[in-house]
Structures are given as C-alpha cells and as structure tokens.
Design a protein around this ligand. Structure first.
Ligand SMILES: *Cc1c(COP(=O)(O)O)cnc(C)c1O
Length: 427
C-alpha cells in the first residue's frame, strides 16, 4: 500500500493558498533518508553522496541535503551555479557531464568541482580549455555489453553514449599521471532505476576489481570509486523498495573482498544518487476538472505532462491516490489525462481507481525526482509551483508557478513583446 504523506484535508488547506497543480516535497522524509544513506556507508570514512542535482534542482532541497552532509553532482552550467550559490563555496561538487562545452569545464574548475571525464579525448580538451589539468580527476567507465542481474533486470552499456572503454581507461590514467594529476577517481553508471539490493554491490565488485587492475598496470592508486546513480525506487505498489542498509553492507562485502587485500582499503566510496534521495518524497497534486465518457472513461486533470513528463516520455508508472478515497474500492477503470494536444499526455491508462468526481484531488506519487525538473513548456503550458512540507506541518512555496509573462520573457526585443506582456499582465 502506497500512502500519501498529506491528507485530503491538508491538501485542500494548501490549495487555498497555492492553487493546483503543485508539487509538494516532504522535508522530513528527505532528511531521514539522507541519514540512512550515510549510516549505510558509515563503514567507509571517505563516503560522500553527491546528490544528482538534475533530479530536483531546487535550492531549498539542495540546502536541506547539504545540511545532512550531501555534496552535489552537476552536469550543466546552471546546475553548477545552483550548487555553488546554495553552498556558498563550502559545497562539494562532482561534475559528471558529457559532451561538455568549454565554459562548463571552466566554471567547474573555478568552483573546485571534481571533474569526471566522459571520454579520453576530453583529457586534451580540458587541458586546452583550462590551461592545465587539475590535481584531481575522475574517469567514467563503460564496460560495453549488457549488465545483467539475477532478477532479470538489465541495462545496455554497449548502447550507451557514456564513458571510456577499458583500454582507453588504462591509457587515460597513464596520461593523467604523466600530466601531474595526483588524485584519481573511477566512475560508472550501468543501470537505471534498479529495484534490487544487488545493483550497487555488483557494480562495486566490477569497479573495485578494475581499480586493482589499473593499479597493477599503471601504478595509479584510485582514490575514490563513484557508484553514481541508478538506485531505484518502488513506483509500483507491488514492488519491494530497496533496502539501503543491505546495499551498504553488500558494497562493504565487495570492498573487503577485493580492495582491502589489494592494499586499497583507503579508497573512498562515492554515490551520485538522485531518484533514491528525493523520488518518494515528492507528489504532484492535481484536481479532476473534467470527466469524459467515450470509448473509454477519462478523467481530465489540471496538471499535464509539462508538470510530470515521465509517463508520457517512458510510459512510466506513477501510482495515484484519490485523496479522501484511500479506503474506497478500486472499481472504476480510468485514463487520467492532462490537457496537452498529445495523446501520450496520460498520467494513468486503464487504471483501477475509486470513483472520481469533478473537484477531487488526485495525488500522483513519487514525483520528487525527475518530476518537475523534466518539465517543459509544450503547448505554452506553464510549469507549476513547488512546495515544501516542513517537519512541523507548515508549508512554504520554494518555487512559484510560471506565469505567462515568464513564458513570453525570451521574446523580449521582438515586435509583439510589449503587446504580449500587456496581455500577460492583464493591462
Ligand atoms: C542522472 C544521473 C545520476 C542520478 O541518477 P538517478 O537514477 O536519479 O539516481 C547520477 N549521475 C549521473 C552522471 C547521472 O547522469
């Protein structure tokens, strides 16, 4: 049973100040989860979780995570700016980008970020862009082939654009060493949204063995191994979520089996989780505004794929609770749909739900990662507000909704801009 973290009464109260749709995030859930992550890896003194900023790039959330000891994993100019503004220079940044423009490498270096290179040619590129190589550099590994786990989950690194081959990696560390780099990292992201405690330990086993091989072949001792993201969450009610304590134990087992005997027991373990850190602690709250009976039963809501793109983009499942009907039988079959002129704008298809009436509040679960962040402005639809539920039950707005004036703002300088602005402002 997936349970909303707010009740219908709370949601109605919130909607008086902040009209639907809105994303709301549970601060308590985020803090407690971050503490569990640190506890799970407390056996590794160098451990750091670099929160993947792209999952939820809101400064209030970044602030909370930093207070709980997180660093930030960035992959773009604006993410670097966000991390640096929130951290005020005290932040730890991992810059795991790809196809990186020169100005982003420059900014990453300026902010003291650890740069994680996605390709062997980027060594020269970075050197050219920044004049020299930093003392610390990390390389991203792609083993090719398929990555398979015992429960059948797999991903396809061989088809992924990221990372260096093994031969390039060995060569890469040699080049870094010759260029005076002193601290070395190894990174890989081989499977996404894995709902199994096996993924991180398996990945760690591969990377730890590779670190031993790198040392044997090049004399380079890897200082940190970055397991990156990919730890998933249980979007479906019948899934069992990951147990981060078991995951931490599994990584420790591999560490003691492979790195410690090789004399690499000082290696730090890093993570760059996004989804696992905030996904379950966010929800999109939207209101049923239309019902339609044609060949199927439709409920039209005031949110659309602009607010949450995952179902439209990947057919992703997001659980839905009709607030106030938590205990009612799911004896109706609905498509719950948004207003885009795109037939994939469906939050749920053929979903068994309680009867929905116009005006009901619909709670879409697990939008705390890759939710609001992935939004766009198709059909000229505007992105909704983001709210934060504090541990004391109070709610603050941490990002206002977009306005028509925001939407038109990049037309400044165009002939109709003043007219548009007047319309947007109701003048
Ligand atoms: C997206 C991404 C992450 C976070 O992935 P999650 O699946 O959200 O944990 C971490 N590192 C890199 C380089 C990424 O691109």
């Amino acid at each position: 049973m997936k349970k909303p973290f707010i009740t219908k009464e709370q949601a109605e109260e919130i909607a008086k100040s902040y009209p639907t749709p809105f994303h709301i995030y549970d601060e308590k859930g985020i803090r407690e989860n971050m503490r569990r992550v640190r506890e799970a890896f407390a056996w590794n003194p160098g451990f750091c979780e670099y929160f993947a900023v792209k999952a939820l790039p809101n400064p209030a959330i970044l602030q909370i995570l930093m207070e709980e000891g997180a660093g930030f994993d960035c992959s773009s100019l604006t993410e670097l700016m966000l991390a640096h503004a929130v951290g005020d220079g005290k932040e730890r940044i991992m810059f795991s980008s790809n196809e990186t423009p020169a100005e982003e490498y420059r900014m990453a270096a300026e902010f003291g970020a650890v740069i994680n290179l996605d390709d062997i040619t980027h060594i020269d590129y970075l050197k050219k862009v920044n004049g020299s190589l930093p003392k610390t550099l990390s390389l991203r590994y792609n083993p090719g082939g398929v990555f398979q786990m015992s429960n059948g989950i797999m991903d396809n690194p061989g088809d992924a654009k990221y990372g260096l081959t093994k031969e390039q990696l060995i060569e890469g560390y040699r080049i870094l060493k010759e260029n005076g780099v002193e601290h070395f990292g190894l990174h890989a992201f081989l499977a996404s949204n894995t709902v199994t405690n096996e993924y991180y330990p398996m990945l760690a086993g591969q990377l730890f063995a590779l670190a031993v091989e790198v040392q044997e072949q090049t004399g380079v001792a890897i200082d940190f191994i970055n397991l990156s993201g990919g730890v998933g969450i249980a979007y479906r009610p019948d899934q069992e979520g990951n147990d981060i304590m078991a995951i931490g134990e599994g990584v420790k087992r591999e560490f003691e089996r492979i790195l410690v005997p090789a004399g690499l027991g000082d290696t730090a373990v890093y993570a760059e989780m996004g989804r696992f850190m905030t996904g379950p602690y966010g929800a999109l709250v939207t209101r049923a505004i239309h019902e339609k009976h044609i060949y199927k039963e439709y409920i039209g809501v005031d949110a659309c794929a602009v607010n949450l793109m995952r179902p439209a983009m990947y057919g992703a499942y997001h659980h839905i609770t009709v607030l106030g009907r938590e205990d009612a039988p799911c004896d109706h079959t609905y498509d719950v749909v948004g207003s885009l002129c795109e037939n994939n704008d469906k939050f749920a298809i053929d979903r068994q739900l309680p009867e929905i009436s116009i005006g009901d509040l619909i709670y879409i679960h697990d939008t705390g990662a890759h939710g609001s962040a992935m939004g766009y402005n198709y059909n000229g639809k505007l992105k909704c507000a983001e709210l934060l539920l504090a541990p004391d039950g109070s709610v603050t707005q941490i990002r206002r909704a977009q306005t028509p004036a925001d939407y038109f703002s990049t037309l400044d300088g165009q002939p109709v801009y003043e007219k548009l602005l007047a319309l947007a402002e109701g003048r």
